[in-house]
Design a protein around this ligand. Structure first.
Ligand code: R5P
Length: 299
């Protein structure tokens, strides 16, 4: 079956790279916001045979940016899915490299919902055939989908990039204990005996304020601090500060989804990072590593 890629407004760079990897045709979208604040999206085609009876792959990340917040990104995704269904797509494959709301996977306080699940339930209700995401905060929420769902791992490509930057005597540090297994898996990409350690991070569930402690032996080691998301940079900045106090040499701040909100870049560099590394799941200047090949391999 012929494939066609629909590139959503939040994944222009990655979308075109995937199209080149797959050597298939792509179409983009036209978006606007109505005067009353409602979102509008149409797939930029004049003839529905472009979509009809095709295997349609839709890519749309959901990171907030000056061009659109995550709520708009989500609505645009739903609009793209519905449009291709109306036009008679034979198969619908959805790629959401960064899934917004994924951190709301648990109810931390009475009265909260677990909205990560609902985001997926809503996508699922549109009748999709396959769903791909990358390093989702909690893979368990993918169980809400009744179709094939894959969480793509970006660790090996991030590791390749860091090796190319000449990091040596590496220690991988997890900014919180909960992410230690992920950090261990990441460390294996740098060699068998690369040490892994973690900081003790606590977040006040009411204020969101972070506190972090840790006594690690990092003297003269290049330290890689790996997280799934950099949002405001608070977590990374605290981890970097402690790493530096513990004698770290170079520090790489690495995240699959480097959202870089507010003063994140300043906070992380000011804390002592030598480099911030993200992927093109988010279309910004930290996107030094492309997910295109990794995603294309699944398609
Ligand atoms: C939280 O559990 C995530 O894994 C990240 O540590 C968090 O999203 C980072 O947020 P921020 O950059 O605002 O500290």
């Amino acid at each position: 079956m012929e494939k066609i890629l629909v590139i959503g407004p939040a994944s222009q760079m990655l979308g075109v790279r995937i199209r080149r990897e797959l050597r298939i045709k792509s179409v983009n979208t036209e978006t606007k916001t109505f005067p009353d604040g409602e979102n509008y999206l149409r797939i930029n085609i004049d003839d529905e045979t472009v979509i009809k009876n095709k295997e349609v792959i839709i890519i749309q990340s959901m990171g907030p940016s000056a061009r659109g917040n995550q709520n708009a990104r989500f609505l645009e995704l739903l609009m793209m899915i519905e449009s291709v269904k109306i036009m008679g797509a034979a198969k619908t494959i959805i790629i959401v490299p960064y899934l917004a709301y994924a951190r709301q996977d648990k109810s931390f306080r009475i009265g909260e919902c677990t909205f990560a699940k609902n985001i997926l339930k809503i996508i699922n209700s549109l009748g999709i055939d396959e769903f791909f995401t990358v390093d989702i905060h909690n893979p368990k929420v993918l169980e809400e989908l009744s179709c094939k769902a894959i969480n793509i791992d970006s660790m090996s490509i991030l590791a390749e990039y860091i090796k190319s930057r000449g990091a040596k005597d590496i220690v991988v540090v997890s900014p919180d204990k909960g992410a230690i297994e992920r950090s261990k898996a990441f460390a294996r990409h740098f060699g068998e005996n690369v040490p892994v350690d973690y900081f003790d991070k606590k977040r006040d569930v009411k204020t969101g304020e972070i506190t972090m402690k840790g006594q690690l032996s990092l003297k003269n080691r290049d330290v890689i601090i790996a997280d799934d998301i950099i949002a405001t940079g608070g977590t990374m900045a605290q981890a970097i500060k402690i790493a530096k106090e513990n004698g770290a040499n170079k520090v790489f701040a690495v995240a699959t989804h480097a959202l870089m909100l507010q003063q994140a870049t300043y906070r992380i560099l000011d804390a002592g990072a030598d480099e911030i590394v993200g992927t093109d799941s988010i279309d910004n200047e930290m996107a030094k590593v492309s997910l295109a090949k990794a995603i294309a391999n699944y398609l």
